[in-house]
Unconditional design. Structure first.
Length: 616
């Protein structure tokens, strides 16, 4: 029952109130029973228009005049006395008992409420009034046969059960709460993996690949021309026409998005690239550019080993792609061959780049301080401008080159097993690439919802959620998409709306279930943001030390749906970086135009540098 009226000797009501409405108690989640003590309603004069002379006389003769006025109008302690006062007045006026002034009527408390026959109609009248005043509420009254004594025992039992359940839930959530020391350890291990990846002797065995991109320059504002850009990094493929005029912030873009069906993602390499070329053909037709000879930049958001800016050999697929005959092959060559097979147009493929690099270039076009690119979306990755003297895989010591870290593989050697939970391991085991991309599986949008689902299944098995009933939908892998985390964790979302989201997923939840689900989502996404922040702290500290600076001011270009859409991810990420890299002033800059614009800018920069070399 949400409302418990007590209509006996006294009168009172309690009900379950949303915590967000109780300013006297800390916390916004869940509900708490509020004891209204409504007997004092009207003590401020609010009921004066309906109080009668008889109510006032009764009040003056009571032990607490001026107090509990509502209770004195409706409770059993006073109704009999109110009747006596009315009868006495009527008798004195000669309207009752033949004008006889009964001595019985002069005796206070002589008429008890149980003597008032009309009280038999009290429940019926109460029901009728409630129905009339709140017609949109289905209110049922259930008589408490055992009284409040049994209720006290029930409250004790419920409190004991809730306390025991709370301990079990907190034990699970604690697995995702990282201490400052643990985050510092992650930062230190990530830094060590950077060094392994950059050195010739350890590069091949390093889990963080540190791949040279051969992107050695940032936009300087002099780039101009028309460029075609491709952006492949997930289930959607974008084709863009980018027009660049000299000067910063002078870019116009036209783009079209095409779906990559699952059967293409996991078919043959030839089918994948034929599909890509079909999309390019559709876009060129759409833009009226079928015969145009345009320089092209290819954003290819998968681990590639490059030997030049226009050669990229796929190391391994990630993010659900499994197209055959691609790993170990040059992606630019595969694209050129697919264009030849179609034999309708030719394109000048100038650069193949990672989406992190494209993001860095996009933001670098507006902010010269941007030397890091971060993707926090379906996948997780980071690139940055590294001093050439530190890159043993590439000849030359002068200047800088962008390194695609491919940090999603951090931890594949077991170095962060101490913070991986049983739920992370289950997600990994059920993935397309077990044992690989462990850091990505703890930080990226593709996997966070699945971690939540595994936790919910475990809590339900323990009888802590959904009445212990695991629905068929909850058993379905991938049902809990990361977008649901963003929706559920929204500060504006009431618990009723959280319940509706869960109902869409086939989960019949109580308000208490909804609170727990929200806490689980918060724990998983918070850990993801903190781990991402620890990795970012490692790279900004490295940049500060490599430049011999006491204090570094640097900008990070960021893209990805997790960063953009999750209500708390970006804030927690920033807080973590600030805490773990206190001598670095890090600005996170959202990439509004995505990595496609970056691919065009890289192509433009490459063309500019090529032209400069020719002139020299």
């Amino acid at each position: 029952s949400a409302l418990i009226p007590h209509a006996g000797t006294g009168t009172n009501a309690c009900y379950m109130e949303d915590m967000s409405n109780i300013d006297l108690v800390e916390g916004d989640e869940g509900r708490m029973c509020v004891n209204t003590e409504w007997g004092a309603f009207g003590d401020d004069g609010a009921l004066e228009d309906i109080r009668t002379e008889f109510d006032r006389e009764l009040d003056l003769g009571s032990l607490n005049p001026g107090k509990q006025l509502f209770e004195k109008m409706i409770s059993g302690l006073y109704l009999g006395e109110l009747v006596r006062i009315i009868l006495l007045k009527m008798a004195k006026a000669g309207l009752l008992f033949g004008g006889e002034k009964s001595s019985a009527l002069h005796t206070k408390g002589k008429i008890e409420t149980r003597h008032v026959a009309a009280m038999e109609k009290y429940p019926k009248r109460l029901h009728k009034v409630v129905r009339r005043l709140v017609p949109n509420c289905d209110v049922r009254f259930l008589l408490s046969e055992s009284g409040s004594t049994k209720g006290a025992a029930m409250v004790t039992a419920v409190a004991s059960r809730v306390q025991a359940q709370r301990k079990q839930i907190d034990k699970v959530l604690a697995l995702f709460q990282l201490t400052r020391e643990q985050l510092e350890d992650v930062r230190g291990k990530m830094r060590a993996e950077f060094e392994y990846g950059l050195k010739k002797d350890t590069h091949l065995t390093a889990t963080v690949k540190m791949l040279p991109t051969y992107v050695c320059g940032m936009p300087d504002g002099t780039e101009k021309g028309k460029f075609l850009a491709l952006d492949l990094g997930g289930t959607n493929f974008r084709v863009l026409l980018v027009k660049i005029r000299s000067g910063r912030r002078s870019v116009r873009m036209y783009n079209k998005i095409f779906a990559i069906p699952l059967e293409i993602m996991q078919g043959t390499g030839e089918e994948l690239f034929d599909h890509i070329v079909q999309c390019i053909a559709d876009f060129l037709d759409y833009m009226g550019l079928k015969g145009a000879q345009l320089p092209l930049g290819f954003t290819f958001s998968f681990p590639c080993r490059q030997t030049s800016i226009d050669k990229g050999t796929l190391i391994e697929w990630t993010k659900g792609f499994k197209a055959t005959d691609c790993e170990g092959e040059d992606m630019v060559d595969m694209l050129r061959e697919a264009i030849k097979r179609r034999n309708e147009f030719d394109l000048d493929i100038v650069a193949v780049v990672n989406d992190t690099v494209g993001t860095m270039m996009t933001c670098g076009h507006e902010d010269p301080n941007c030397e890091i690119g971060l993707i926090a979306g379906t996948g997780s990755n980071m690139c940055y401008m590294e001093e050439m003297r530190n890159i043993e895989l590439v000849e030359g010591d002068e200047g800088k080159m962008c390194i695609n870290t491919e940090w999603g593989g951090f931890g594949d050697n077991g170095c962060i097993d101490d913070i991986r939970t049983q739920y992370d391991k289950k997600v990994d085991e059920g993935s397309l690439n077990p044992g690989k991309q462990r850091y990505e599986k703890m930080t990226s949008g593709m996997y966070l919802g699945e971690i939540v689902r595994q936790i919910l299944i475990d809590l339900t098995k323990q009888g802590l959620l959904f009445r212990g009933q695991i629905s068929e939908r909850l058993r379905t892998r991938g049902i809990f998409e990361t977008k649901f985390l963003s929706q559920i964790e929204s500060d504006r979302l009431a618990l009723l709306q959280v319940r509706r989201i869960l109902q869409q997923l086939g989960l019949d939840s109580t308000c208490e279930d909804s609170i727990v689900v929200k806490e689980v989502c918060g724990a998983v996404s918070r850990r993801a943001a903190q781990l991402c922040g620890a990795g970012l702290a490692a790279v900004v500290e490295k940049r500060r030390e490599d430049q011999g600076l006491e204090y570094l001011k640097i900008t990070v270009g960021v893209d990805g749906t997790l960063y953009k859409l999750h209500p708390h991810f970006s804030r927690i990420l920033q807080e973590t970086v600030k805490e773990l890299a206190p001598r670095c002033d890090v600005t996170l800059m959202l990439s509004e135009d995505g990595s496609g614009k970056g691919a065009a800018l890289i192509t433009a920069v490459a063309k500019r540098l090529q032209q400069a070399q020719k002139e020299n």
